[in-house]
Design a protein around this ligand. Structure first.
Ligand code: AVJ
Length: 327
């Protein structure tokens, strides 16, 4: 590692990204509220409160994704380890709670380095110190970065170790197909000579999809409305959360779930000294979650210059994990 490591193990350039990102919420939120139609980038869901709500979503009976992917990871961990080989450098995009990577680390043959990348710096520091205690032989290089934007990896990277990307959770579903191709192209440059293990949610019965994003307990609604609560907290906005409704629909033509916050009345909201008008039933677009078939995702990987190899999915065809080679 270079001498730029802070005492928290977070590289200095990554810390600089952090400041930039905090400024980003105010600018992007207000700009999104002033555009027509209104929209907010979904990465802003994940402040501390939003991360807790997302973890709750993952436990919901209707939200099949997390448990299905974890079961696939456990069932096939030995195969992944054999494909990846010994002494690898593992790079995870959007590392979150570091739950899934443990399944992989436990199966891998003496992994050398783990580089978790996440937007939430405090959270990353916390989960990394726990991981460090559990895997003392593993070199940890956490990076605080928004990987939807250009980001810096710790430098110099470790030569000779085979670079392997890990991108579980179907987070790629938040990108449009064009953005996904651009992202996968970037990743293929980072993991050249290795590959990427990626989780991708599959197209399925609309009723199952609808229930997963409109859960009975309303946790997804609270997660969606946390964007407005966050604007109240951080930007001094005066949103009344009761005057907005959570809406999630499946757009079959685009093969994606679309989430909205719908204004239930004509209203004017103050955000950092700016006034934003909403008409009754006007919708703010807050998230897209693309669903692929195994074939449509493999085609996308090809377009990004990656070579789709093995693919694993559960018996019900809910979720898939793909091994994409970068040569
Ligand atoms: C983290 C993007 C995979 O799209 O299912 C969950 C986010 N949004 N419920 C998804 C989410 C509403 C989730 N991803």
């Amino acid at each position: 590692m270079s001498g730029t490591q802070s005492s928290f193990g977070i590289p200095a350039p990554a810390r600089a990204n952090w400041a930039h990102r905090e400024h980003g919420f105010a600018r992007d939120f207000i700009q999104g509220m002033k555009s027509a139609p209104k929209r907010v980038p979904c990465k802003y869901f994940y402040d501390a409160a939003g991360s807790v709500l997302f973890d709750e979503i993952c436990e919901l009976p209707e939200y099949y994704q997390t448990r299905t992917e974890l079961a696939l990871l456990s069932a096939h961990a030995a195969e992944f380890a054999a494909i990846m080989g010994p002494g690898i450098e593992l790079i995870e995009f959007g590392a979150g709670a570091l739950t899934k990577v443990r399944v992989l680390l436990d199966a891998l043959d003496a992994p050398r380095t783990y580089i978790p990348i996440d937007i939430s710096g405090d959270y990353l520091e916390k989960v990394c110190s726990a991981l460090n205690a559990e895997y003392p032989a593993l070199r940890l290089d956490p990076v605080v970065a928004d990987f939807t934007r250009p980001f810096v990896l710790p430098s110099p990277r470790h030569d000779k170790a085979r670079p392997i990307g890990f991108f579980p959770g179907s987070t790629i579903g938040n990108f449009s197909p064009e953005e996904s191709i651009a992202f996968l192209k970037t990743v293929s440059g980072i993991v050249r000579g290795g590959g990427l293990l990626i989780g991708v949610d599959l197209v399925k019965d609309e009723g199952v999809l609808h229930a997963a994003y409109n859960d009975a307990r309303g946790v997804t609604g609270a997660f969606n409305k946390n964007l407005l609560a966050r604007a109240n907290r951080e930007l001094g906005a005066n949103f009344n959360l009761d005057l907005f409704a959570h809406r999630a629909i499946f757009n079959a033509k685009a093969s994606r779930i679309e989430m909205y916050l719908v204004s239930l009345d004509d209203q004017e909201i103050e955000i950092s000294g700016e006034t934003v008008e909403f008409s009754e039933l006007e919708a703010v677009h807050t998230e897209d979650s693309y669903k692929y078939t195994i074939e449509s995702f493999r085609a996308l990987a090809w377009e990004a210059g990656l070579v789709p190899r093995q693919v694993w999915s559960d018996a019900a065809g809910l979720f898939s994990i793909h091994w994409l080679e970068a040569d």
